[in-house]
Design a protein. Structure first.
Length: 762
């Protein structure tokens, strides 16, 4: 048995139910960098990264590994005690200590108050952390990381700093001061200084401080002969810029102007300034270090005198939206949105790929700068895709290079008011279908035949323009377009997504007919003869049985598109039984906006919603299997844009306003044989408390777990090509140390039983 255990390979895979958060690193959105004793921390957008200076491990920090929350607002580093304060947009706080441990302080986030709890600024004093907030300020004892004082003034404090014996706060741009040793129950216990128009404060020593108005000034606090407090400052700025990132460093301070991406160094008094050439990067150097500057910018993180950059394994843009999975290349493609029902602006096209390990930027040179739709790959060429842009027409991309731009010169596309809006769908035969109903009133539908789609040059005559009647639009930015692939039909389904606009269907029947069989529907009739209407249609998806699922602002329905031309067309307004003894049921996601639908290997549906998170439902939709939201998952928002299932594994990807998430489900695509079956982790070690995953099975497999004597101790059934075992017998008792055989066969008794083995160590 010992020899067998040594021979088994423990596969490094994520367990069923695990989440990954795929962060974004956008170099021109770096807002902070801080060198600690062990780590260099740096922030891009709402994402936090750190480099271990000794091991050179460069990692992103998130709620699934170290942190307590998502969506970071700002970070602040205490160089005297070597800890990092992480502020979240929901006012949660994490303290990352010098040994990497994280202390969570949720007191402000959890406080019950009607006013805003936003934290605006953080500064440090001996043994204290000061937090300026929209409601007042909070003082934290940093020996135990507990709240020492809370001051609720009912108006925002934009910045706070202790300078010697005085506590300074900024209210409406004016600086107030008071004795730091006193408890200031009301704002009126502070005195008004002579300094105004201030955004931020930063203490220099026991007498002086910086105040930032848009420019950066230095001031001091003194007492005159009468014992009155005097603020000494002049009108000459030490920096004609906004030093929003100020840190102690060797022999003085570093002043980073995050707006202009400039860095300056001062002396110990902070009253002289010299420029640091950082190439537009933000920089940091620990005050107890050797003075070497660490800089973060577009290329990543590096020591300022080195061309060796550390770039995080992350997306290279901050607005992931569209997703397409290239099954042949086993690559997820993620791209930016155009203006649609979710975004008002048009962003440049950026495309990243993910191979399960690494992210890569594969944006073609010359990509459109004013928005693009989703990617559509040719069915017989995994290296070629088409993507429509708002102003430049349709692009053909081969091996990540633009090889053809289809516009009015070589296609029936028309430009109107600087817009083109071509929306694409490629059918199972490789024909490229394009819809352009807003600009092109004469020929809103056009097809580039499969043979012509492979050419490097085309003419207008190479295209076919079938007549689809009544297809007109005043705005097609919300368009959804689907070509069926799985059923015994070749049907196109299109809707421009505008207010109560029709759903169009036409049957190509494998031919490029100029007048295909067609219908359009302003409303549907459901299985009970009741009308089903919509405000906006948002998405279509085809399942493995050839049924089409439609998501709208009113929920989700399904239908057989082949029946659309029968004259008695009915859709399935899916009902979920309550199972409470009443015999009643509720419509699936009734009244909930559905943004995206994806189908996994077991034909289950993953449904992305606008305000209720992510749902997993049974193949027919009558059972809600799982639902994920901000209360029971790492999701930072209940808004999910799109969902995409990896057709080669159990990964499910979603895009949200907070980035890309990956969930590892309990289903993989079924295999056609049992030749690739395996289990992980294997061996199961004493510290493992999860479930063993058995994958590589045929659909609907019956699994029997047997001990070394051949006694069957447990029976399971696969979901698609996967099943999980909790290492318990049929009575729920944990099994003992030993080697357990896994016998698999199809549930109907056909097929040959095969055996793999799982070693369990207790």
């Amino acid at each position: 048995m010992l020899a067998l255990m040594l021979s088994l390979c423990a596969m490094a895979q994520n367990a069923v139910g695990d989440w990954l958060i795929h962060t974004s690193f956008v170099g021109n959105q770096v807002t902070s960098v801080a060198e600690g004793h062990r780590w260099v921390y740096y922030q891009s957008g709402s994402n936090l990264f750190r480099l271990d200076k000794e091991t050179q491990e460069n990692e992103s920090l998130s709620i699934v590994n170290d942190l307590s929350d998502m969506v970071i607002s700002k970070i602040y580093y205490n160089s005297d005690k070597d800890y990092l304060v992480v502020i979240y947009t929901n006012s949660n706080i994490d303290i990352i200590l010098s040994d990497g441990k994280v202390v969570n302080m949720p007191e402000i986030k959890d406080a019950v108050m009607t006013s805003s709890k936003a934290i605006n600024d953080v500064t440090f004093a001996s043994g204290l952390i000061y937090l300026a907030a929209d409601f007042g300020y909070v003082v934290v004892d940093d020996s135990k990381f507990v709240v020492k004082e809370s001051h609720l003034y009912g108006q925002p404090i934009s910045s706070i700093a202790q300078v010697g014996r005085y506590l300074l706060i900024v209210v409406n741009g004016e600086v107030y001061y008071g004795d730091a040793s006193e408890y200031h129950e009301q704002l009126t216990s502070f005195e008004l200084s002579t300094i105004n128009n201030v955004k931020h404060l930063y203490p220099i020593d026991d007498r002086s401080f910086y105040y930032i108005t848009g420019w950066t000034y230095r001031a001091s606090i003194e007492q005159n002969d009468e014992g009155s407090v005097v603020f000494k400052h002049d009108n000459k700025a030490i920096l004609r810029g906004d030093a929003t990132l100020v840190q102690k460093t060797v022999g003085g301070f570093l002043l980073n102007d995050t707006g202009q991406k400039l860095c300056f160094k001062t002396n110990e008094k902070g009253d002289t300034l010299s420029s640091v050439a950082t190439g537009g990067e933000l920089c940091s150097a620990h005050p107890k270090g050797d003075g070497t500057l660490w800089a973060a910018g577009p290329k990543g993180l590096h020591q300022l005198n080195s061309e060796s950059y550390f770039l995080p394994n992350a997306l290279t843009f901050g607005t992931p939206f569209w997703m397409t999975y290239n099954k042949s290349k086993d690559l997820l493609y993620v791209s930016t949105p155009t203006a649609n029902g979710f975004f008002s602006g048009m962003l440049p096209l950026v495309i990243n790929t993910y191979d399960g390990m690494k992210w890569a930027n594969v944006t073609p040179e010359g990509s459109p700068k004013y928005g693009a739709y989703w990617l559509e790959f040719l069915p017989d060429d995994a290296n070629t895709y088409f993507v429509g842009s708002w102003t430049k027409g349709l692009y053909k991309v081969v091996n990540n290079e633009i090889v053809v731009n289809y516009d009015a010169t070589n296609s029936p596309l028309v430009k109107f008011n600087s817009a083109m809006h071509p929306v694409t769908s490629i059918d199972r035969y490789g024909n490229v279908w394009v819809v352009e109903p807003y600009e092109n009133k004469e020929t809103p539908v056009m097809v580039l035949p499969a043979a012509k789609a492979k050419l490097s040059e085309t003419t207008v005559e190479d295209w076919v323009t079938p007549k689809i009647r009544n297809l007109d639009s005043e705005d097609s930015q919300r368009s959804s377009f689907l070509s069926t692939h799985y059923g015994n039909h070749d049907i196109k389904i299109y809707c421009d997504g505008n207010f109560e606009t029709p759903v169009f269907m036409w049957n190509s029947a494998g031919q490029l007919s100029l007048d295909p069989e067609q219908e359009f529907f302003k409303t549907f009739t459901d299985q009970d003869g009741l009308p089903y209407a919509w405000t906006h249609v948002i998405c279509f998806a085809e399942d493995l049985n050839g049924l089409v699922w439609m998501g709208s602002t009113e929920g989700v329905i399904s239908f057989n598109p082949a029946q659309a031309f029968s004259g008695n067309f009915r859709v399935n307004h899916i009902k979920v039984p309550r199972n409470d003894g009443t015999g009643m049921a509720d419509y699936l996601l009734d009244g909930i906006q559905v943004n995206g639908i994806a189908v996994d290997g077991a034909n289950r549906k993953w449904i992305a919603t606008q305000s209720s998170g992510l749902f997993l439902v049974s193949p027919d939709g009558t059972q809600i299997i799982k639902k994920f939201n901000t209360t029971n998952s790492p999701l930072a928002t209940n808004t999910v844009y799109k969902v995409c299932c990896n057709p080669n594994s159990n990964s499910v990807f979603i895009t949200t306003p907070a980035g890309v998430y990956e969930y590892f489900s309990d289903s993989t695509p079924a295999e056609t044989s049992y030749s690739n079956i395996y289990a992980y982790p294997n061996p199961v070690r004493p510290d493992f408390g999860g479930e063993v995953t058995i994958t590589g099975m045929m659909d609907n497999s019956l699994i029997k777990i047997a001990d070394a004597s051949g006694n069957v101790i447990r029976q399971l059934k696969s979901t698609g090509g996967m099943a999980t075992w909790d290492c318990c017998d049929q009575n729920g008792e944990r099994v003992k140390t030993g080697v357990y055989m896994v016998l698999c066969s199809q549930a109907n008794g056909s097929g040959n039983a095969v055996v793999t083995k799982i070693a369990v160590i207790r």
